[in-house]
Design a protein around this ligand. Structure first.
Ligand code: ZN
Length: 338
């Protein structure tokens, strides 16, 4: 943890100011120590360079989700070139220029691949939070950037002040037990006049996943030991990868594309390397919870919140991305709201 993170932190329990007690430092990094709340006196540890606010005891599904994704992001901890294009597609109309000099929050940072990009694009500071041990991969992937901060915390109770110019969450909210609650919690950390982006799985066009993949995932694959699932998932990955390279990639630019199953999405991922396809397949088999969200429901998140001027777009005909402004007249008492 870098000391500059301290000014953005607030106690997740009472909103109080936190003070730092570092016991081990390595150059600018605080490797271990504690954060004490001046209000309720709670102490939150800093371990392996990451401040830890997560309490996984109270919710079994959250714990399973954190364990499975934690294992996934430690196994697939690489950050590659194509991640930048993919990330921009998920957060459009936001661009590299949009985040420059802004204070940015990422809800569910996984291995930190997007947190790193936002740091490289020149954000004043970017804070990535995640419930799982993936924060350790995120920390490794970002510690060289002075403007990137990683925290292990629950997205419903981020230990942060309402100080952010922009918050985003990509591919995470649909894995929460209450996706809308996660979105609302992020909105409450954005300053009035700031902005928010979210990308979620769509319900439309995904009936085959909901009806066939979900039951397999919920009752079987998400319960397998992480290492076993990692190796077993090579089998569907090999089949999918062969189809992508032999059928989808050659037909992607031709009129024949319209005859292919799930064409927009599969043509989009057909250019990815094998390891990324393995990551995608694994992602769909490991999640204990996955909601597929209709446009109508997604639009309601934006419409019934403190946000305005929402732009909601269909992405690859299988998911929704949304962008909106947080109203300039948001009530001041929401500053530390949970
Ligand atoms: Zn407190």
């Amino acid at each position: 943890m870098k000391e500059s993170l301290l000014s953005y932190l607030a106690c997740p329990d009472c909103g109080g100011e936190l003070s730092l007690n570092s016991t081990e430092r390595e150059n600018q990094e605080i490797i271990s120590g504690g954060l004490r709340c001046g209000g309720c006196q709670s102490i939150f540890p800093i371990r392996s360079g990451v401040p830890r606010f997560a309490d996984l005891e109270h919710d079994e599904k959250q714990r399973e989700t954190a364990e499975n994704f934690g294992a996934q992001w430690l196994a697939f901890d690489h950050v590659e070139q194509h991640h930048e294009r993919q990330f921009l597609d998920w957060i459009a109309p936001v661009t590299q220029d949009f985040v420059r000099d802004k204070l940015v929050l990422e809800g569910g940072c996984g291995k930190g691949r997007h947190t790193r990009l936002v740091g490289l694009w020149g954000a004043r500071d970017v804070v990535g939070i995640d419930l799982s041990v993936a924060v350790e991969a995120a920390y490794r992937n970002t510690k060289d950037l002075p403007n990137v901060h990683i925290i292990q915390a629950d997205i419903y109770h981020p230990p942060l002040k309402r100080s952010f110019d922009y918050a985003f969450s990509v591919g995470v909210l649909h894995h929460l037990p209450d996706p809308r609650g996660g979105f609302d919690a992020l909105v409450k950390r954005v300053k009035p006049g700031g902005a928010i982006s979210a990308w979620v799985y769509g319900r439309e066009n995904n009936g085959w996943i909901v009806n066939f993949v979900n039951p397999l995932r919920e009752s079987f694959t998400s319960k397998l030991p992480p290492r076993l699932l990692y190796f077993l998932s090579y089998i569907p990955t090999l089949i999918l990868y062969s189809m992508l390279k032999l059928i989808y990639a050659p037909f992607a630019q031709t009129g024949l594309k319209r005859f292919l199953f799930y064409a927009d999405y599969l043509c989009y991922i057909a250019r990815f390397p094998f390891r990324e396809i393995h990551n995608i397949v694994h992602d769909h088999l490991t999640a204990p919870v996955a909601f597929y969200i209709s446009r109508e429901e997604f639009a309601r998140w934006f419409g019934e919140n403190e946000t305005e001027r929402a732009e909601i777009h269909w992405h690859n005909q299988n998911s929704w991305r949304g962008f909106a402004r947080v109203r300039a007249s948001v009530r001041a008492e929401a500053r530390y709201a949970k």
